[in-house]
Design a protein around this ligand. Structure first.
Ligand code: HEC
Ligand code: HEC
Ligand code: HEC
Ligand code: HEC
Ligand code: HEC
Length: 181
């Protein structure tokens, strides 16, 4: 009898543990791949047509956010490209004419208490977009490639010789407040 209770408790603990684990995974959203209001393909633009990431995400060099390009950027080409034979381009044109931004569904987000700055990583750190976002130029539908957990940030910082957060007073910037405020 006692053995059965022990075994059941053990099994329950494992199931409980898995529950907590999967709840955390869900919270972190790795692999999140929402359907967008317009079937925009990174594979088509950044892959087949070899457009630079920064042509559209120019803000990544300037500050915190990489930003989503305004519809005017799309119209630089789509005034001419597939203008009359595509339902999807018709939606782009309509947004442009009505001066209504396209309501893209956000794929990545950190909780409010964590701070991440693109230009610090892209310009100063010289890290390729793909290191964090994966092979975006092959994606028909954009997805969250990395975990975006605190451990993920710290692992790379450690690898690059940026002080880990337990070295609070290190001048090299391992301070919690660099990422939290
Ligand atoms: C022609 C313009 C264009 C180019 C070029 C482009 N993107 Fe995008 N990107 C977009 C648009 C529009 C969205 C929003 C729709 C979507 O998520 O697919 C987006 C979304 C994203 C997102 C997700 C944003 C979020 O909501 O979290 C990432 C990451 C991203 N792009 C990275 C890249 C990378 C890396 C490259 C280069 C390999 C690149 N993009 C090239 C237009 C572009
Ligand atoms: C530098 C030029 C360029 C820019 C800027 C650009 N596109 Fe494109 N886009 C293309 C080309 C080229 C194709 C492929 C056309 C083809 O298949 O013949 C394409 C295809 C598409 C398609 C598929 C159309 C279909 O029916 O097959 C969509 C949707 C699209 N683009 C949306 C966008 C959006 C939204 C933006 C702005 C975020 C954008 N494009 C910016 C050049 C561009
Ligand atoms: C060191 C990792 C890292 C690199 C390098 C990086 N990103 Fe990001 N990116 C992130 C993180 C983390 C987020 C979520 C940020 C947030 O929610 O505040 C993000 C969010 C985004 C977003 C959506 C939200 C926003 O900030 O506007 C886009 C678009 C994007 N990245 C594009 C790019 C492009 C394009 C490049 C290369 C020029 C790039 N990223 C380089 C980590 C990275
Ligand atoms: C792929 C590697 C990589 C990843 C992943 C990464 N970083 Fe960084 N980070 C760097 C590098 C390299 C630098 C140093 C840039 C420089 O020289 O200032 C840096 C610098 C920083 C700084 C400035 C530190 C200081 O001492 O001033 C902050 C803050 C920061 N990162 C936050 C984050 C956050 C938050 C995440 C996760 C969401 C993250 N980083 C993920 C490589 C990375
Ligand atoms: C390099 C950036 C970075 C540094 C340095 C950092 N954090 Fe974080 N931290 C993050 C990010 C990003 C998240 C959000 C991850 C998520 O969604 O779970 C986070 C999440 C957290 C959480 C929420 C619970 C969790 O584990 O997800 C706590 C608590 C926390 N950090 C405490 C700290 C403390 C204390 C320090 C200093 C000893 C510190 N952090 C240093 C980036 C950092």
């Amino acid at each position: 009898m006692r053995v059965i209770i022990f075994v059941s408790l053990f099994v329950l603990m494992i199931i409980g543990g898995m529950g907590v684990y999967s709840a955390r995974r869900t919270g972190l959203n790795q692999g999140f791949r929402p359907t967008q209001p317009i079937a925009f393909s990174h594979k088509e633009h950044a892959g087949i047509n070899k457009m630079e990431c920064l042509y559209c995400h120019f803000a990544a060099e300037q500050g915190r956010h990489a930003g989503i390009p305004p519809v005017g950027v799309c119209m630089n080409c789509h005034k001419f490209v597939k203008k009359n034979d595509s339902k999807e381009i018709a939606k782009v044109e309509q947004a442009y004419n009505n001066k209504k931004p396209i309501e893209w569904t956000k794929v990545h987000y950190l909780p409010d208490f964590a701070y991440f700055n693109h230009s610090q990583h892209v310009v100063v750190g010289k890290i390729a977009c793909q290191t964090c976002h994966g092979p975006a130029e092959t994606m028909e539908v954009m997805e969250q490639y990395s975990e975006l957990s605190m451990g993920w940030c710290i692992d790379c910082h450690r690898e690059k010789g940026i002080a880990p957060p337990q070295d609070h007073k290190a001048a090299t910037g391992g301070d919690c407040s660099k990422c939290h405020y």
